[in-house]
Design a protein around this ligand. Sequence first.
Ligand code: C5P
Length: 219
Amino acid sequence: FVPQSLAGKKVLITAGPTFEAIDPVRGITNRSSGKMGYALAHAAACAGANVTLISGPTALPIPFGVGRINVESAQEMLDACLKYSPESDVFIAVAAVADWRTADVATQKIKKQHTDDVPCLSFVQNPDILHTIAQQPNSPYCVGFAAETEHVIEFGQAKRLKKGIPLLIANNGPATFGADDNQVVLLDDSGLHELPKQNKAQLAHVLIAEISNRLTKKL
Ligand code: C5P
């Protein structure tokens, strides 16, 4: 039995990696299976929410009762988030968004040279989706994730303040990518709250309960 703690609420979630094209056959992406974001979407639907999942390319099926919108690039993900966030009560950014994209996408496949010459790509910064949504007037309650390889708590708190969000869920990146288990720390204005290592599906229900509690108390 899962309490309907998000009944009547609209929850917007990003998940998976983004894919930034280099040419029609190549691109750069981030390591993310999408499992955590999809598990949260499922858990939010179980808690009675109306869930929109904006997903980069993953191999995962659509969770039952969730509306999925497929995107590839960070810009497409941002456009979809800007469209749905004004009507959302909660925004949970789980996607591993590529920080950069190539300045120009080649319209034809870049051909290999028969010399040692390699292509020279120049990059531009992608928009920060979470920060952009958090800055919107009447923004939803925003939750971020941070995968760090060191100083998880220190870097996590700094990131939470920089993004201007009330809650950030931090974990050790390499230990969780593609894994079924996850161990996270919740960082908010009151400090840190460590959760035990557990299955991502189970953890998702715990996180949704934490988020709905904070939403009610406006923490
Ligand atoms: O800055 P960093 O990528 O470490 O922040 C991670 C958090 O910000 C995650 O919640 C991620 O989904 C979100 N993010 C975003 N848009 C970006 C980069 C990160 O929404 N361009």
